[in-house]
Structure formats: C-alpha cells, structure tokens
Design a protein around this ligand. Sequence first.
Ligand SMILES: Nc1ncnc2c1ncn2[C@@H]1O[C@H](COP(=O)(O)OP(=O)(O)OP(=O)(O)O)[C@@H](O)[C@H]1O
Ligand SMILES: [Mg+2]
Length: 299
Amino acid sequence: MSNIIHTEGLSKKYGSLMALSPLNLDLKQGEILGYLGPNGAGKTVTIRLLLGLIKPTAGRAEIFGLDSRKDLVSIHKRTSYVPGETALWPSLTGMETIELLGNLHGSYDTSYRDKLIKRFAFEPDKKIRTLSKGNRQKVSIISAFMTRPELLILDEPTSGLDPLMEQAFRETVLEAKKNGQTVFLSSHILDEVEALCDRVAILRTGKLVEVGTLSEMRHLSALSVEATFAGQPPKVDTIKGVTNAKITGHQLTCQIQGPIDELLAVLSAAKPKSLLSREPTLEELFLSLYGETEKTLRS
Ligand SMILES: Nc1ncnc2c1ncn2[C@@H]1O[C@H](COP(=O)(O)OP(=O)(O)OP(=O)(O)O)[C@@H](O)[C@H]1O
Ligand SMILES: [Mg+2]
C-alpha cells in the first residue's frame, strides 16, 4: 500500500529551540496513527508542517506523494483538519458554518452530514457564539468527517467532548477507517488512542522516542506480576529480568522483562494461591517513556 504521509528529516527550529528534531515518519493508507507527547512536545508543530502551514527549517513532508509546501491546494482538497481550538465565525449558526466549511472543501455528503449531526446530538440552529467549547468542537468534527476526505489530521479533536460524545467520535473514526481513510490523531486521551490506533508514535521535547504498534511496544516493556502465597513468598530478585521485586506479607509483586519461564517455575514451586500477570497499559508505557531522560525503552 502507498504512503499517505511521508516525512524525511522534517524539522523546525524557533530561535535556539528545536521544536521538532528531524522526523522520519510514514503513514500508510487506511492506517490510524496516534501521535502522543506531553505539552510542548511538538505535536501541533508537526501537524502544521504536514499541512504546509509553516515552513520547515530542514527536511520535507509529502502528502499523497505531493510536496506539502508546493502542492498545498491539491493536498487540502483531499484532507480535513481539526485543530484543538477552533476559531469560527461567531454570528453564523452551526449549520451555516458546517455548510460554509463543506463548500470551501468542495462537495460533501449531506446525508452523512445529517447522520453525524444526529450522532453528535448537535443543535444546528444555534449561533456559534452561544455554543459551549464542546459543542463548537462538534462543528469542526462534523465538518471534517462529512467530506469523507482521504486523510484526516486531528489535533486533540476530543478536548471538551463529554464521554458520550467521545464514543460518537470513536464510532466515526472507525467508520472512516472501514472506508479506507487515513487518520493522524494527536491526543492526550490514552484510552482513545488505545481503542483506535494501529500504531502509536511518542514524541518528547521534539524528538520521536518510540513508534510502533502497541503490542510491539508492550514487548519492549516489562510485564507486571502479582502473586499471593499461603506462607512466605519466594525470593525472586536474583532471577534474570526481574526488577522491583517487593514482598508485603504473603504478597509478592515484581516486573519481568524477557523470558518468564524461570520466574514461573520459582513461583509455582512455592504453590501460589493466586497469580496475576498483565502487560503494561499505554498509560504505563507513556509514563515510563516520559520519565526517561536520554535513553529509549530499547536501550
Ligand atoms: N510560533 C512559535 N514560535 C516560537 N515557539 C513556538 C511556536 N510554535 C510552537 N513553539 C514551541 O514549539 C514547541 C512545541 O509546541 P507544540 O505546540 O507543537 O506542542 P504540542 O506537543 O502541540 O503541545 P500541547 O500538547 O500543549 O498541544 C513548544 O516549546 C512551543 O513553545
Ligand atoms: Mg498542541
């Protein structure tokens, strides 16, 4: 399958601040990429570079094989963008705004528009200036999806949405995926990323720290193990790969990286009453990466 997004050494400097260090990233057709990072990591800068709205200090971005700076108009016809904070015309109604945005984009599917308005329980006749933040956000989301673009670039699209609307958003993204559309999703909502994304990229102070599927990332990280025993728990801290071993009364907790057979043998010889092991959640992976200074999970 062809690349919808391709970047080569894409970077941006503001004075002495490296807002984005040379980024090489590919996104294939039909993929949903979660783009994560703490505040100020460079997510919005990346999105502005992809959309050709700012000039890279070095490197380049290609969207649909076209140059993001030179072929801006052709790219934007096939792309929808939802910014985190939307500036809309205050005196227009929601529907007028949706229609205006749709017409700016070209054609759109009115029956899908109406379906989305219903799904997001949006009241189209109210003026934009009277809408809450979440309801204004719905205008951007509905307008972005109703044109069924080949590429959706979403910058924290659900900030301000309530949990019901968050569900409506997920349903809409999965519909887009089924339709073969490609989604670049910057988000702080880890559940959302876990539920929707095929791959996750994690950015930290402008540098890509990790990129891969969630299961690939989980393999790189430690498994958490928790066991309780009738008597004294066994000693496991000398077993290869075991870290953070802690005994509290009859309970043992630890983490293990790599093969688990030796640990399991020691635990089962001590006849555990209960045994629980689980892979790290995206939140744990994310926090462990954020906590790191120079090294990545791989090193
Ligand atoms: N126009 C600008 N001039 C100077 N510095 C800028 C400019 N735009 C962004 N930056 C800096 O670039 C860095 C990355 O900012 P960016 O907005 O991409 O962060 P982000 O990952 O989107 O954060 P958030 O999660 O808060 O939205 C920040 O340090 C920011 O201050
Ligand atoms: Mg941002």
